[in-house]
Design a binder for this molecule. Structure first.
Ligand code: AHR
Length: 492
């Protein structure tokens, strides 16, 4: 029997709702087809953006959407994506499949998407192949209120008011696709570029510097030492793969327990990464002003057979759902430092929430995790002490359960649990010292087999159900957390 003790009087900070944010890149069918179908499409749309996808995403209350990349950001020239669409320059997307795109989705269309989604935009500027002037002018174009060259251009293109833009990235993966730089060089470039990304009027940018790849602690150290005072956030990218090293991807849907176990073990590594990068940040920023922004995370599998390898289109099973639940619990538990996280990517790419095929759309198991976990948005993190057994496989072990707990503004306590074991349920006792429990309700996301997923023919194979079997006992309550599941409990 496992045990979870939640101390409602021991609050550990606020879970920034931006931990539940997303990433959309000009990659494969994320922007084009996933969001943008154009005003003349037979697919129901508003100003060219498909209605079904927006409606589904509004239900999970997405806080922030990152765009236009990713690797694409460092070869994106924003002026090619404004003005009358028929006049926009075509470009080759050299990172992702070498496809030619028509730039019909640009700044105005992205801001319109954010308006429809009711989320904040997070724009990533081009350091790798763009100039300081280009970046500076983009910020002016979007945010300057009054008469200026860029504000006039914006007005000519049909938008008189500036947009509110808070989150701004100064390059992406500049240690790799964003220019293959040494951190010492990028730190100087960061300081240079960000100087001219101005705050106009009441618009105050939250500037995010390119952070480390996985366990590159030297990168974090140098960035914090050299430029910590000039940034608001430092990014971290870590993708979960089945294999031991990049790029040993496994199949998204055809796997056995070995691949299940490895994915669990590899995704738990996020705990160590966040802990160690945070410890370095603590040295330079003990006040924890600078956020760790995990703006790319999630599973990276082989592409679906027969699809363009450059499009990163993968299916999504209950295994991906458990991975999502684990990571979100980790971010919640580190909310003192993790101010934002953006799963990669929102539609049709990598660990997507939504898949589309023509006019059809389905919600993946990962979508349902974001739906269950939205109770944590801006809630107070509670101290939760977990005692549980291990899930063992092939002579290795990981903890069977992973958990986080919070209290929302109405005083309701929410617990999210993942059972990592695909074979065995976990009987748990829950204690909340000092609390009189009146009611416990729950929701469950699980499946009968490890590879269960939703298809366009069977879009509801994996979906949440009411969680039953809660038994009140003198010290709290008991429940059995099914094998390979994500459970959300609400206690009042
Ligand atoms: O999300 C796909 C790619 O992964 C992004 O473009 C890049 O930043 C990362 O390497």
């Amino acid at each position: 029997m496992g045990k979870l003790t939640v101390y409602a009087n021991l609050k550990k900070g606020t879970i920034n709702k931006n931990i539940y944010s997303h990433f959309s890149e000009h990659l494969g069918r994320c922007i084009y087809e996933g969001f943008w179908v154009g005003e003349d499409s037979p697919i129901p749309n508003t100003n060219g953006i498909r209605n079904d996808v927006v409606e589904a995403l509004k239900k999970v209350k997405i806080p922030v959407l990152r765009w236009p990349g990713g690797c694409f950001a460092d070869e994106y020239h924003w002026k090619d994506g404004i003005g009358p669409r028929e006049n926009r320059k075509y470009m080759v997307n050299t990172h992702w499949g070498g496809v030619v795109e028509n730039n019909h989705f640009g700044t105005h269309e992205f801001m319109e998407l954010c308006r429809q989604l009711e989320c904040d935009p997070y724009i990533c500027g081009n350091v790798g192949s763009g100039t300081v002037q280009e970046m500076s002018e983009w910020v002016e174009y979007m945010t300057f209120d009054g008469e200026s060259p860029m504000a006039s251009l914006r007005k000519t293109n049909g938008r008189s008011e500036p947009w509110a833009l808070k989150y701004f990235g100064v390059g992406n993966e500049n240690w790799g696709c964003g220019g293959n730089m040494r951190v010492e060089y990028y730190a100087d470039l960061y300081k240079h570029y960000q100087t001219y990304a101005r705050n106009y009027g009441g618009n105050k940018l939250y500037k995010i510097a390119c952070g480390p790849n996985t366990a590159d602690y030297h990168w974090t150290e140098v960035m914090m030492r050299e430029a910590g005072n000039l940034m608001d956030g430092l990014s971290l990218h870590y993708y979960t793969i089945t294999g031991e090293k990049w790029p040993e991807w496994g199949s998204a849907t055809e796997f056995g327990e070995l691949e299940w176990f490895k994915l669990m073990k590899h995704t738990l590594y996020m705990e160590e990464l966040v802990t160690k990068h945070s410890a370095i940040m603590d040295v330079y920023d003990p006040e924890k002003r600078v956020g760790l922004i995990v703006d790319e995370w999630g599973t990276w599998h082989q592409v679906e057979p027969g699809t363009n390898p450059g499009f990163l289109f993968q299916q999504n099973t209950i295994r991906d759902a458990v991975v999502a639940g684990i990571n979100l619990n980790i971010f919640n538990n580190h909310c003192d430092r993790v101010q934002m996280a953006n799963i990669a990517q929102i539609v049709n790419v990598l660990q997507a929430l939504i898949l589309t095929e023509g006019e059809k759309m389905l919600l993946t198991p990962t979508y349902h995790v974001f739906d269950l976990y939205k109770v944590h948005h801006d809630a107070k993190l509670l101290t939760a002490v977990l005692e549980c057994g291990n899930y063992e496989f092939g002579g290795e072990k990981v903890p069977q359960m992973c958990v986080s707990a919070s209290e929302d503004a109405k005083g309701v306590i929410h617990i999210t649990l993942c059972n990592l074991n695909p074979n065995t349920a976990s009987e748990m006792i829950f204690e909340l010292p000092g609390l009189q429990i009146a009611d416990v309700t729950g929701k469950l996301l699980s499946a009968e087999t490890m590879t269960e997923h939703n298809t366009f023919e069977h879009p509801e194979r994996v979906k949440p159900a009411e969680f039953s079997g809660i038994e009140m006992v003198a010290s709290g309550f008991k429940a059995v957390i099914p094998k390979m599941s994500v459970v959300q409990l609400s206690i009042s």
